[in-house]
Design a protein around this ligand. Structure first.
Ligand code: GPU
Length: 844
C-alpha cells in the first residue's frame, strides 16, 4: 500500500470542527451545502420546506458532534447512567427547541433572513412527532430536556412508531374523525437511523431443560421460534446552555428476512411477504389509549420488543467498557415509566440466569437493584393485567420466571391460617379471576427497589389503598416524586415576550435553568407598571390565538376584556369535560333569561376545549359531539353575541398547547378528587401567568401550596369525601340529589336543543343513575367558582397580582427539581458536565 494507514480520532475531529463554527455566514454555507448535496433540491429552487430540512440538517450536524463528545466523556468517566424506558414520548417539535438550547437563535435568524426566510416560518414547517398520548409521554419528554440541561448521563428508550397518535378533525355532525398520522412520509432530520445497532429479538418457541455439568444444577434455555430485528433510531437531546447532548433511542422493528423466496417462486406473493409484514407490524402504530389498558397481543409484543432491545443495548455498552455483569446496578439505573415496560424484570432475570449463568439469588439481587417503577394512575381500567395464557404462548420462559418470582415472594407468607391465606391471595402476582392474569404493577413493585407516585396525594393513595399491602411489607420502597415541566419549552420557547420580561426584571436569565429564581417576581406583584407589562403580554398572546381561531375555524372571537377559559387534555370521564360543557349550557340558559341590556354588560368569556378521545372510547366521543353541538348553538345565537362563546379546537397537540397555554387567563383542572394522578398542564399554565380553576386533586394541591391558596380558584370536596357521595348516589339515585341548575341544563339536552337526544342517551343515563364521577354533586360549587373567576377578572389589579404570584411560586414545578429528586433518591446518578471549550459566546 503506497499510503500510510493510520486511524486518528483527533485528526478527524480537527477536520470537521471548522465546518461546525457557528457564525451566521458559516451557518448559511452549511444550509446551502445541505440544500445542494443532501436534498434532491438546489439552491436555485429554494422553498420553505426545503430550507427547513436543510436548516435542520445543520442543527443535526452540530448535535451529532456534541453527542459524540458526550458519549466519549461519559465512557471515560465511567459514570452511572439513568435509562428511562417509556412506551411513549410526546416530544413536540424539535427545531426551535434545539436552536434555543444551542443558543443559536440570533445566528440562525440572521442566516435565514439572508436567504429570505423568517425563523418562525421555518419552525412552522416541522411536523409534531406524536409518539405519545398525553401527560405520561409528555412527562418523559420534559425529563429528557432536564436530564440534558443539567448534564446527567442518561438515555431515553422507546419505540419509533410508523404512525403516531391519529390526527383529529371534526365532521359536520360534530363527531371526531381520525386520520392516520403519516409522520415519516417526509424525512425527519432529527431522527438518525443507526445502522450499527441492530438487535435480534425472539418470540414464541420452547424451553430446554438441562443439567449444568459444572454445578450439577438444573438450567433452562429458551429457544424462540421466531425472530425479528430491533433497529436503533436516535434522536439527540441537547441541553440548554451546555454541550452535554444525550440520546433518545427509539426502536423500530425489521424482519429477519425480507422475502421468502421459496414461497415467492411458487407464486405465493402474499405469503412471501407475510413474515416481513408481521415484523413491521410490531412498531407500526402507537396504541391511542390514555389511562386505559389495550389488551391486545400486538401491544404486548410491543412491550416485550421495547424492553428486550433496550436491555441488550445496555448490557452491550456495559461489556464494551470491560465491566462485568455484576456491575450492572452501578452502571445503569433503569426507570420503568408505568407498567408498560415491566417485562424488563423477567427479561433481565432470564438473561442473568440463562445466559450469564448467575444463581437465582445473584440474579434477583441485581434485578431489584437495577429497576425502579413509576405509577401514573390508580384507575382500575388502566392497571395492566395480562392473561397467563397469552404470556405463556408468546414468552414461555418469562411466564415460568414470573411464576418463580411469585412463588418465592409468597413463600414469606404462610398458607397456614386464614388471615395470611387471604393476604397471599391479595399479594399474588397472579390473579385467579375468570381468566388467570398477571398483575403487572405487582410484578413491577416486587422487582424494583423504589416505587413512586407522581404527586403527594397520588402517592398517598398508592400507599393507603392501591398498594396498601405492599406498602406494609416494604414501607421504604414507596416514595413520592411530584411531576414537573421543563421551563425551556413551556415558558422560554413558547412565550418569548414573558421570558424577556422576566429576564429583564430579574436582571438575569438564570431562571431558565434554576426556576426557583422566579420567587423574586413576588416583590413586583403589586407594582402597577409591572402589572401593565405583564397584562400586555397576555393580551398579545391572546391576539395570536384569536387570529388562529379566525383562520382555522372561521369564528370571530374577541380578546380584549374577554376571559380566555381553557380546558385542554385527553377526553375522559374522570377529567369531567362533561361538567364543563353542562356548565356552559347552564350559563347560556341564564344569559338567555336575562334582560338584554344587562346581558350586554356581562363580563365576556370564551370557553375553549381541546383534546382527543381514544377511538374506541364511545362515551368520550359522545362528549366531544355534545361539546361541538352546544358550541354551534351558542356561537350562532344572536342573543348571545360576543358575551359568551364555546370553541372546540380540533387536533390538540404539543404544538397547539404552545399556542394555547400562553394565551390562557384561566384553565380548568376539574377531575373528581383522587382520580388525576398529578396533571402537568396545570403547572404550565401557572408558569405562564394563567390562573387555575380546579378541584382538590393531583398537583393542583401542590400548586396551591407553592403559589398560595388565595391565588387558585379551588372548589369542591376532598378525596376523603368522594366515597360517601358515591354511596349516596347509589342509594338515593344521583338525579334525586342533583343540583337544580344542572337538572335544568340536562333538560335542555333532553328536549333536543343540541340535536337528537339519542346521541346523548348514554351520557345522561349515567348522570341520572350512578354518576360515578359525581358531577351532580360538584356542579354548584363549580359554577360558583367560575363566577368568582369572572368577578375577579373585573378587578385587574387583583387579577394580575394573582397571576404574577402564581408564576412566582411555580419555581418548584420545574422538571429540574423533579429530576434532581429522581437522581438523588432513586437513581444515585450525578451530573457530569463536559469541560467547557473556550468559546467567544457565553450564556447570560
Ligand atoms: N397518564 Br397510566 C397518562 O397520560 N396516560 C396514561 O396512560 C397514564 C397516566 C398521566 C396521568 O393521567 C396524569 O395525571 C399525570 O400527570 C401524567 O400521567 C404524568 O405522570
Amino acid at each position: 500500500n503506497k499510503y500510510k494507514l493510520k486511524k486518528k480520532h483527533s485528526l478527524i475531529k480537527d477536520l470537521v470542527s471548522p465546518y461546525l463554527s457557528s457564525d451566521y455566514k458559516h451557518l448559511q454555507k452549511n444550509i446551502a451545502y445541505h440544500l445542494e448535496y443532501t436534498l434532491p433540491q438546489t439552491t436555485r429552487n429554494l422553498n420553505l420546506f426545503g430550507t427547513y430540512l436543510a436548516t435542520s440538517y445543520t442543527v443535526r450536524d452540530r448535535l451529532l458532534q456534541l453527542s459524540h463528545d458526550t458519549q466519549k466523556y461519559y465512557t471515560e468517566k465511567k459514570v452511572k447512567t439513568a435509562c428511562y424506558i417509556s412506551i411513549e414520548y410526546l416530544m413536540g417539535r424539535f427545531l426551535q427547541n434545539a436552536v434555543l438550547n444551542l443558543n443559536l437563535e440570533e445566528e440562525y435568524g440572521e442566516a435565514l433572513a439572508g436567504l429570505g426566510y423568517g425563523l418562525e416560518d421555518i419552525y412552522d414547517q416541522e411536523q409534531d412527532p406524536a409518539l405519545g398520548n398525553g401527560g405520561l409521554g409528555r412527562l418523559a419528554a420534559c425529563f429528557l430536556d432536564t436530564l440534558a440541561t443539567h448534564n446527567y448521563p442518561a438515555w431515553g428508550y422507546g419505540l419509533r412508531y410508523n404512525y403516531g397518535l391519529f390526527k383529529q378533525s371534526v365532521d359536520v355532525e360534530g363527531d371526531q374523525v381520525e386520520k392516520t398520522d403519516v409522520w415519516l412520509q417526509f424525512p425527519y432530520p432529527f431522527m438518525i437511523e443507526n445502522h450499527f445497532i441492530r438487535i435480534p429479538i425472539g418470540f414464541y418457541g420452547s424451553i430446554e431443560t438441562y443439567v449444568d455439568q459444572k454445578t450439577k444444577g438444573t438450567r433452562f434455555k429458551w429457544h424462540p421460534s421466531e425472530y425479528v430485528i430491533a433497529q436503533a433510531n436516535d434522536i439527540l437531546i441537547p441541553g440548554y446552555g451546555t454541550d452535554n447532548t444525550n440520546t433518545l433511542r427509539l426502536w423500530s422493528c425489521r424482519p429477519i428476512q425480507e422475502l421468502d423466496f421459496k414461497k415467492f417462486s411458487l407464486g405465493d406473493f402474499k405469503g412471501a411477504s407475510e413474515k416481513r409484514l408481521n415484523a413491521e407490524n410490531i412498531t407500526n402504530v402507537l396504541y391511542p389509549n390514555d389511562n386505559e389498558m389495550a389488551g391486545k397481543e400486538l401491544r404486548f409484543k410491543q412491550q416485550y420488543f421495547l424492553v428486550a432491545a433496550t436491555l441488550q443495548d445496555i448490557i452491550r455498552r456495559l461489556k464494551e467498557q470491560k465491566r462485568t455483569i455484576y456491575e450492572l446496578p452501578d452502571f445503569a439505573a433503569v426507570q420503568l415509566n408505568d407498567t408498560h415496560p415491566t417485562l424488563a424484570i423477567p427479561e433481565l432475570l432470564r438473561v442473568l440466569l440463562d445466559e450469564e449463568m448467575l444463581t437465582w439469588d445473584e440474579a434477583w439481587d441485581i434485578t431489584q437493584r437495577t429497576f425502579s417503577y413509576t405509577n401514573h394512575t390508580i384507575l382500575p381500567e388502566a392497571l395492566e393485567r395480562w392473561p397467563v395464557k397469552l404470556i405463556s404462548h408468546l414468552l414461555p420462559r418469562h411466564m415460568q420466571l414470573i411464576e418463580a418470582i411469585n412463588w418465592k415472594f409468597l413463600e414469606n407468607f404462610s398458607e397456614n391460617n386464614k388471615e395470611s391465606g387471604k393476604l397471599r391471595k391479595k399479594l399474588s402476582l397472579i390473579e385467579n379471576s375468570r381468566d388467570t392474569l398477571v398483575r403487572m404493577a405487582w410484578l413491577a413493585i416486587v422487582g424494583s427497589h423504589k416505587v413512586n407516585g407522581v404527586s403527594d396525594i397520588h402517592t398517598n393513595i398508592l400507599k393507603d389503598k392501591v398498594f396498601k399491602d405492599f406498602h406494609k411489607i416494604y414501607p421504604k420502597k414507596f416514595i413520592n416524586v411530584t411531576n414537573g415541566v421543563t421551563p425551556r419549552r413551556w415558558l422560554h420557547a413558547c412565550n418569548p415576550k414573558l421570558s424577556e420580561l422576566i429576564t429583564a426584571t430579574l436582571n438575569s436569565n438564570e431562571w431558565i435553568y434554576d426556576l426557583t429564581h422566579l420567587s423574586k417576581l413576588r416583590e413586583h406583584a403589586d407594582n402597577e407598571e409591572f402589572q401593565l407589562k405583564w397584562a400586555a403580554i397576555k393580551l398579545f398572546n391572546k391576539k395570536k390565538l384569536q387570529k388562529y381561531v379566525k383562520r382555522e375555524l372561521k369564528i370571530d372571537i374577541g380578546y380584549k376584556d374577554v376571559v380566555y377559559d381553557i380546558q385542554i387534555k385527553r377526553i375522559h370521564e374522570y377529567k369531567r369535560q362533561l361538567m364543563n360543557i353542562i356548565g356552559s349550557i347552564s350559563y347560556y340558559s341564564d344569559l338567555l333569561k336575562m334582560d338584554p341590556k344587562k346581558r350586554k354588560e356581562m363580563p365576556k368569556r370564551v370557553s375553549f376545549i381541546a383534546g382527543k378521545a381514544a377511538p374506541g372510547y364511545f362515551v368520550a366521543k359522545k362528549i366531544i359531539k355534545l361539546i361541538n353541538c352546544v358550541s354551534k348553538v351558542i356561537n350562532t345565537d344572536p342573543e348571545i353575541g360576543d358575551v359568551f362563546k364555546v370553541i372546540y379546537l380540533p387536533n390538540y397537540s404539543v404544538t397547539l398547547a404552545e399556542l394555547l397555554i400562553p394565551a390562557t387567563d384561566v384553565s380548568e383542572h376539574i377531575s373528581t378528587p383522587g382520580t388525576e394522578a398529578s396533571g402537568t398542564s396545570n403547572m404550565k399554565f401557572v408558569l405562564n401567568g394563567g390562573l387555575i380553576l380546579g378541584t382538590l386533586d393531583g398537583a393542583n394541591l401542590e400548586i396551591m401550596k407553592n403559589s398560595g391558596e388565595e391565588n387558585v380558584f379551588a372548589f369542591g370536596i376532598t378525596k376523603e369525601k368522594v366515597d360517601q357521595v358515591k354511596q349516596n348516589n347509589i342509594e338515593k339515585g344521583a338525579y334525586n340529589l342533583m343540583d337544580e341548575k344542572m337538572k335544568n341544563a340536562i333538560n335542555l339536552i333532553e328536549n333536543g336543543t343540541f340535536g337528537n337526544i339519542e346521541n346523548y342517551q348514554g351520557l345522561i343515563e349515567e348522570l341520572k343513575g350512578v354518576d360515578r364521577y359525581i358531577l351532580g354533586h360538584d356542579f354548584a360549587p363549580y359554577m360558583e367558582a367560575m363566577d368568582r373567576v369572572m368577578q375577579t377578572y373585573q378587578k385587574p389589579q387583583k387579577w394580575w397580582k394573582m397571576s404574577i404570584l402564581g408564576c412566582a411560586g411555580s419555581g418548584w414545578l420545574s422538571s429540574d427539581r423533579t429530576i434532581k429528586e429522581y437522581a438523588e433518591n432513586i437513581w444515585e446518578i450525578k451530573p457530569c458536565p463536559l469541560p467547557k471549550i473556550e468559546s467567544e459566546k457565553q450564556l447570560g
